[in-house]
Design a protein around this ligand. Structure first.
Ligand code: FRU
Length: 482
């Protein structure tokens, strides 16, 4: 009889596993893009063109751990519902296709376009694995490719690379944009633990103008995936320099820092001192913004960390992006800070709104909005009937579920409160295997993965004096894969 029961249990679990439709598997994000199968890391080449948001990404189509990098491709018209497209760029004799950006070359400065048909141009690093394994220093170079069919297919430039390596091992992740005052393209490139700024009239011939980073920000690892753009603040252009760093983040591994300042087409001059983190959680990395979206700057990161990204217990895919976030600026006391808020398109996923009580039954995905007069006086616990729980306010995932697949996964993470107001607002997005916290209008953000052995079904508000937050709203969200 025991054996019989065991057999039933096994066959039931087989049915459940095989019957899980694609994009609804255990841990599959229901609000975030993830590839149908295999390994993904950084978002790349994000460009908006003709009503479509293009998302390219570091992709290894033969395995669910990192390997020879390709650019995968997905498209969306609303930043939420994605359709994965055929691979855009394959490795070639110059090497793997590492991270980079894409632009609309409106004026056909590159000459790749045809009459009435401006090209999309991708600018990316090629990483030569042979040179790397021989421990040479010049194995990373910058190359370009163009598309004349709305990003579907790409032709590599015949004279790649467009920037040769000067003998520096970490020399990668070009982010390019148009600088109108000098009518030049500008490139920000990550070089060891600095960035180099280049300019070009045609995306093919590049001139190195300056470097930035000495004595500024965090230097506990290599700088990667930079971004440079201006945000208008009360009629003034404030330049934002984003620099990802690995390791050396506030939680030990990968993270994103930023600087505010000024840029004159050649040189960046910071106006902020010290290190500013864009996200204080452990799982936002390699984030950069979409190009060609006008004054709206939309940021997207890889929702993982190199400390354990290749070991997370998902199958047949590994990794998702963060929620797309609109960037802005806010003044607190005498200083400006970057803010990140989930894009307004997410409101279209709301299916039901309720006012939860202290203990509430839940299913993901969902959004929770909290407002309170007394900051830090409460915590929100998500749990299941096996006793696994993640506690938010800070993020404590020590007992969140599966944690022992990598030694650095379990932990408790805190973020400083930047806002100086007595009132605290907090919005939480809970997905199948992640939480994203946005406090005080996006002044403080935290992103963390969790892998409960069974979905969390209970949300509980706890506070030191037993009081409830002043306002509390729970919104059920529809899956983006429906
Ligand atoms: C960042 C990164 C980039 C590199 C790519 C390789 O996560 O290391 O610097 O281009 O990933 O996949």
């Amino acid at each position: 009889m025991r054996l019989f029961l065991l057999t039933i249990a096994i066959s039931l679990s087989c049915i459940t596993a095989s019957a899980q439709p694609v994009y609804h598997e255990k841990y599959r994000p229901q609000l975030h893009f993830s590839p149908q199968a295999h390994w993904m890391n950084d978002p790349n080449g994000m460009v908006y063109y003709k009503g479509t948001y293009h998302l390219f990404f570091q992709y290894y189509p033969d395995s669910s751990v990192w390997g020879p990098m390709h650019w995968g491709h997905a498209v969306s018209i609303d930043l939420l519902h994605w359709r994965q497209e055929p691979i855009a760029l394959y490795p070639d004799s110059l090497g793997y296709i590492f991270s980079g950006s894409a632009v609309l070359d409106k004026n056909n400065t590159s000459g790749f376009g045809k009459a009435g048909q401006p090209p999309l141009v991708a600018i990316f690093t090629q990483h030569d694995p042979v040179g790397a394994s021989r421990q040479t220093t010049d194995f990373q170079t910058q190359s370009i490719a163009y598309s004349l069919d709305n990003g579907r297919t790409w032709t590599k430039y015949a004279h790649n690379p467009v920037i040769k390596n000067p003998g520096i091992t970490d020399f990668r992740d070009p982010k390019v944009s148009w600088y109108e005052p000098t009518k030049n393209w500008i490139m920000t490139l990550a070089v060891k633990d600095k960035v180099f700024f280049y300019s070009s009239p045609d995306l093919k011939n590049w001139h190195m103008n300056s470097e930035f980073g000495h004595g500024a920000g965090a230097h506990g690892g290599v700088w990667e995936c930079p971004d440079l753009f201006a945000i208008d603040f009360q009629g003034r252009a404030v330049w934002v320099l984003i620099v990802n760093i690995n390791p050396g983040g506030p939680n030990g591994g990968s993270a994103t820092q930023y600087f505010l300042g000024d840029f004159d087409g050649k040189k960046f001059t910071p106006s902020t001192a010290g290190t500013r983190w864009l996200d204080y959680g452990p799982d936002e990395y390699a984030g950069v913004t979409w190009s060609n979206t006008g004054t709206r700057k939309i940021f997207l990161g890889w929702m993982s960390n190199w400390l354990y990204g290749q070991a997370v217990p998902t199958s047949p895919w590994r990794s998702a992006t963060t929620l797309p976030r609109q960037l802005g600026l806010q003044r607190v006391k005498d200083s400006l800070y970057l803010t990140e808020e989930p894009v307004k398109e997410l409101a279209g996923l709301v299916s039901q709104v309720r006012a939860p009580s202290r203990i509430t039954k839940i299913t993901t995905p969902l959004k929770i909005d909290i407002g309170t007069g007394r900051a830090r006086s409460f915590a929100i616990t998500f749990s299941n009937d096996t006793g696994e729980e993640t506690i938010l306010g800070y993020i404590d995932r020590n007992h969140s579920g599966l944690t022992d697949f990598a030694k650095d996964f379990a932990g408790r993470y805190t973020a400083p409160r930047i806002a100086d107001s007595g009132k605290l607002t907090l919005t939480i997005y809970a997905d199948a295997s992640s939480f994203e916290l946005f406090a005080d209008g996006g002044l403080t953000t935290m992103t963390a993965l969790v892998f409960p052995s069974r979905p969390y079904t209970k949300m509980e508000i706890r506070s030191a004096n037993g009081s409830m937050p002043e306002s509390l709203k729970l919104s059920n969200l529809a899956s983006i894969w429906k």
